[in-house]
Ligand binder design. Sequence first.
Ligand code: SF4
Ligand code: SF4
Length: 106
Amino acid sequence: MTYIITSKCVGVCDTSCVKVCPVDCIHGPINKTGSGAEVDELKAKPDGLKGLQLYIDSETCIDCGACEPECPVDAIYPSPEDAPAEEKESVRKNFEFYGNAVPPGF
Ligand code: SF4
Ligand code: SF4
């Protein structure tokens, strides 16, 4: 399975999670391999982070759990199934962002 980031990250993109991930599998909101490096530049623009969030690459995540307690807005869940029902679209985006297969039911 994989950890996932939900919509609570939208507009926050704090990147604390990125710093602790041992396998460098958290990226976005735009660059699929940039580890959130574009966030600072976006933050400097008015509404630069509007509607944007980071995503976890399900193909690389090793389920270590290091990211979850680091998030200041509790946006991270241990699996798609653990996320609240209203976060289905957000869960799906974690997979679609990297071109990974979306799990059944999402
Ligand atoms: S999931 Fe949390 S810690 Fe990671 S970028 Fe989003 S707001 Fe920041
Ligand atoms: S659970 Fe571990 S490997 Fe997966 S995204 Fe979080 S820190 Fe990275």
